[in-house]
Design a protein around this ligand. Structure first.
Ligand SMILES: Nc1ncnc2c1ncn2[C@@H]1O[C@H](COP(=O)(O)OP(=O)(O)OP(=O)(O)O)[C@@H](O)[C@H]1O
Ligand SMILES: [Mg+2]
Length: 267
């Protein structure tokens, strides 16, 4: 059950896009993948064709049920989605409060999926530190930090290095890795920052994703970038990153093994 947390000290950098496309890519390569949304924006589900009007999610349900797996939606393929759901401000506050106060709340909620053999879990988070990223970190196998190839991202690197995301180093199992997103090779600043990050992060930089208009178009059509535009630069970059991550996590893909079905709701 490798669990990958996609996070960043910075907002709007492409965390949700990277999380969704990583899930698509790993699923296409043969893994069974669960995408979990810990962001009240509830946007991750939109990458998998869940209708905007479908407000179901695990956060509201967690007020009465300790096992969150009953809120999983199926996409028809190898991908399963656990949406945050449409919640009131009070529900969000209560959820975050329980995450912060009850050390077993999240473990109980995810217990069923964490024990599911071979399931790869990709979790998406709101920007910056927060109760969800903090609570899940003990269970995480990898943190994937998404940054841009700009000076603002360079200035935020110390937030990661000084443990400002979860109060301790990201991550104690397979480590933490970085992706630079929305890079444009024609821009000097992007090239310079990429070179700087490569030097500073070394092997921890698992890849750079080109700024590519097919990303926004794929998002708008609720498809993966690969399915929307397989020949695009971003699709190529994401595939490489996904292969790198699969190898870091020792995820064996494409073995065609038939696994037990997950109990889900259809939409
Ligand atoms: N490689 C890319 N090329 C072009 N546009 C991109 C790329 N990656 C992401 N985007 C666009 O950037 C915007 C922000 O992406 P996304 O919502 O995934 O960021 P985020 O980090 O999850 O944001 P938030 O902090 O609000 O959760 C979206 O409009 C998305 O289509
Ligand atoms: Mg997001």
């Amino acid at each position: 059950m490798p669990l990958v947390c996609v996070c960043s000290p910075k907002g709007g950098v492409g965390k949700t896009t990277v999380a969704a496309n990583l899930a698509w890519s790993l699923a296409r390569a043969g893994s069974k993948v669960l995408a979990i949304d810990f962001d009240v924006q509830n946007a991750l589900r939109l990458h998998f064709g869940v209708p905007l009007s479908d407000g179901r999610g695990f956060v509201a349900r967690s007020e009465e049920h300790s096992d969150w797996s009953q809120s999983i939606l199926t996409t028809g393929g190898n991908i399963f989605v656990l949406p945050y759901g449409d919640v009131t401000e009070e529900q969000r506050e209560r959820f975050e409060d329980r995450l912060a106060r009850d050390p077993h709340f999240l473990q109980r909620g995810l217990d069923t999926v964490l024990r599911y053999p071979g399931l790869v879990i990709i979790a998406d988070f709101p920007p910056g530190p927060g109760p969800a990223i903090k609570a899940i970190s003990a269970l995480a196998d990898m943190h994937l930090v998404v940054m841009l190839a700009d000076t603002a991202s360079v200035s935020l690197l110390p937030q990661i290095e000084n443990n400002r995301m979860i109060g301790q180093p990201l991550n104690n199992k397979h480590g933490h890795y970085f992706v630079l997103n929305q890079s444009d090779n024609r821009r000097n600043i992007n090239r310079d920052v990429t070179a700087f990050m490569q030097q500073r992060l070394g092997e921890q930089l698992v890849g750079v994703i080109n700024r590519d208009e097919s990303v926004g178009e794929a998002n708008a059509s609720q498809q993966s970038v690969y399915d929307f535009s397989p020949a695009s630069a971003a699709a190529f970059d994401i595939e490489l990153i996904s292969k790198r991550i699969a190898s870091l996590l020792n995820v064996t893909v494409g073995n065609g093994e038939v696994q037990a079905p997950i109990r889900t709701n259809h939409y």
